[in-house]
Design a protein. Sequence first.
Length: 407
Amino acid sequence: MAGSPIIEAEVLIIGGGMVGLTLGCALAGAGIEVAVVDRADPAAQVDAGFDGRSSAIAHGSKLALDGIGVWQGMAPDAAPIREIRVSDGDSPLFLHYDHRDLGDDPLGFMVENRHTRQALFATARGLDRLHLVAPAGLRQLTRTPALAEAELDDGRRIRARLAIAADGRQSAVRRGAGIAVTAWTYDQTGIVCTVAHERPHRGIAQERFLAAGPFAILPLTGNRSSLVWTERADLAPDIMALDDTRFHDEMARRFGDFLGDLELTGPRWSYPLALSHAARYADTRLALVGDAAHALHPIAGQGLNLGLRDVAALSEVLVDARRLGLDIGGADVLGRYARWRRVDTTVLLAVTDVLNRLFSNDIAPLRLARDLGLAAVNQLPPLKRLFMRHAMGTVGDLPRLARGEPL
């Protein structure tokens, strides 16, 4: 549209969810001019009540959020994960992680998504170099060897040296760039809800492997827990259609009585479980982050953490390139990001896929083998500590933010 206003930025982020807005805060806080486009109204998200959804924040992700000034707004509503207990059905053999085996820091935290969004918006509002363009839809993204330009539904245009797709696993930006995806669906559905319980959870997260898939009980503030309940895809619609009393009974049967009486709080959610992995994380003037680049099974609660490691790596690559006077949207710069993130992501996708296939069945020989495996790891402190550090997000070639260092 001729004469439409043009917003000039160094980086354009398409998608203002938890990953996209975290990246925007990181870059703007480091002095890079950023425009974040999102269809949702930020005011509505800030004022939203509890919608039942929460996310696990690993220790390394907490360090990254703290480094960009977001964690202080989340901390009052964050429930520490001090222990993790992994069990296979009703087997007496189990794997137990205790944060005290590594030091004083919790293994991670559980935070309601609304509190994370509120902290992100509060941080974003205080950054002069972050321009939140919302609610606004993307009509078209044009990329040339020199720049990226977005046309919005209202006719405004945003011109930047780099566009970043943070628009989720069905990323329209990724599809528009012609980037192929390796993907498959699991014959499973994730059911998410929150329960209040009579007894305190003491910061212990429980992961129980049932025949249909993992049933995770994750500690929230107060006497509450978030449930991530994996169920067979053909049964999940019937379970979701149950009235509150019958749904409670089905949930309680799997939950057990170790925390006393249970009460559902907030709505229930369900979503099909699938894996997807982009063939490449970068293209001409374009980078992919979060679910636009990869989506994995929730068996280890690492989906958001994987996206936050994308944020930490990409922000470091871009900030370092800018300090050196390089083109932050250049192929060499984006290639470094893509290579850095490929190994971590590929390994975690493979591990979660194999674990889900191994544990989501009731085949007797496999049950015996995996129970003995859990018990063996539990009796090998060096190996157990290594797995704990992986769960904390403190292993591998970590970006500065994930190590607790400034950009």
